[in-house]
Ligand binder design. Structure first.
Ligand SMILES: Cc1cc2nc3c(=O)[nH]c(=O)nc-3n(C[C@H](O)[C@H](O)[C@H](O)COP(=O)(O)O)c2cc1C
Length: 293
């Protein structure tokens, strides 16, 4: 037993755990940072890798021992950009461990199980997962209906604790920490929705409107995670590529871009704007001080 732990610790000396995530309105980024800080408390080195920088990184999965992937749930699955990336990962020769996390509005559709299956077929080894229903539920619109919502400390600490416990699993090389909530119902509706997904993205993205009078040609809308929007005298959306993350609408300083069904909507400005938010570093400091005492 002790030898086993010792060998695992030796293996971890050079280990830096990449945590690859996509986040449009900031919820998944927040969860990624909380997990990272839990792992830091467990004395593990990590690196947060936003999805838009992944191509530049050229990650070699034969050299990585553990990595994490996080995404928001869109249409009952991990977002299409992350899913495509996962599907294109190479099959590995040795066991590379992975953990998963997602944020959702209460309908994750057994997404963790889905991504886990894809990765296990490529020889990756599952060591844990967590799913978080975010308090706003609606990541797009800052709707009045949801203004009473707030982050609960319990939920934030749960994510942090997940990071700490995952650290133990990584260090000992033993156990699986699955805090996801797969349901048969979730798997069935995700399977059905798979057929509807393409038209859903394609036709809903056509509901993004443009008011040229408000446009200041700043091109902020071009900051798109899937390169689906190019500014050529006006924003031109590629409806095959758009994943409906609404980042272009959120980034537009003058509301020249808007959602036709809710033209006057305000956009959600991220988890920090929700009552009860605790900065991941503040939580880390708090726990570090507790240990020192
Ligand atoms: C286009 C779209 C589709 C969504 N579909 C689902 C869904 O099927 N199930 C669910 O629980 N939440 C769904 N959501 C909510 C997001 O998963 C949730 O708000 C998430 O926390 C957003 O993450 P982010 O802030 O990191 O971008 C959807 C959001 C968007 C924008």
């Amino acid at each position: 037993m002790l030898i086993h732990i010792y060998i695992n610790l030796l293996n971890l000396i050079e280990l830096k755990i990449p945590i690859i995530y996509f986040s449009s309105s900031g919820n998944t980024k927040y969860i990624a940072k909380l997990i990272r800080n839990g792992l830091i408390l467990a004395k593990l080195e990590t690196e947060l890798i936003p999805y838009n920088t992944i191509k530049k990184r050229n990650l070699n999965f034969e050299e990585i021992q553990v990595f994490g992937i996080g995404a928001p749930i869109y249409a009952l699955a991990f977002t299409p950009n992350i899913l495509e990336w996962v599907q294109n990962l190479p099959k590995v020769k040795k066991k590379v461990k992975f953990f998963l996390f997602d944020t959702n509005a209460g309908l994750p559709g057994s997404s963790i199980k889905h991504v886990r299956k894809i990765l296990e077929k490529k020889n990756f080894e599952f060591i844990g997962a967590i799913e978080i229903v975010t308090p706003t539920r609606d990541s797009v619109f800052d709707s009045k209906f949801f203004t009473h919502v707030k982050w609960s400390r319990k939920k934030i600490e749960k994510v942090f604790q997940f990071g700490i416990n995952l650290g133990k699993v990584i260090k000992t090389g033993k156990g699986v920490l699955d805090w996801s909530n797969p349901t048969l119902f979730g798997s069935i509706i995700r399977a059905y929705f798979r057929v509807l997904k393409k038209p859903f993205y394609k036709y809903t993205s056509k509901l993004i409107g443009y008011n040229h009078k408000e446009c200041i040609s700043c091109k902020a809308c071009e900051n798109c995670p899937t390169d689906a929007i190019k500014f050529d005298n006006k924003p031109v959306i590629n409806h095959e590529k758009c994943i409906l993350c609404f980042r272009c609408l959120r980034n537009c300083p003058n509301n020249a871009l808007y959602f036709k069904l809710l033209p006057k909507a305000k956009y959600f400005k991220g988890p920090k704007t929700i009552n009860g938010y605790i900065h991941p570093n503040d939580l880390l400091k708090e726990y570090q001080q507790k240990i020192m005492k």
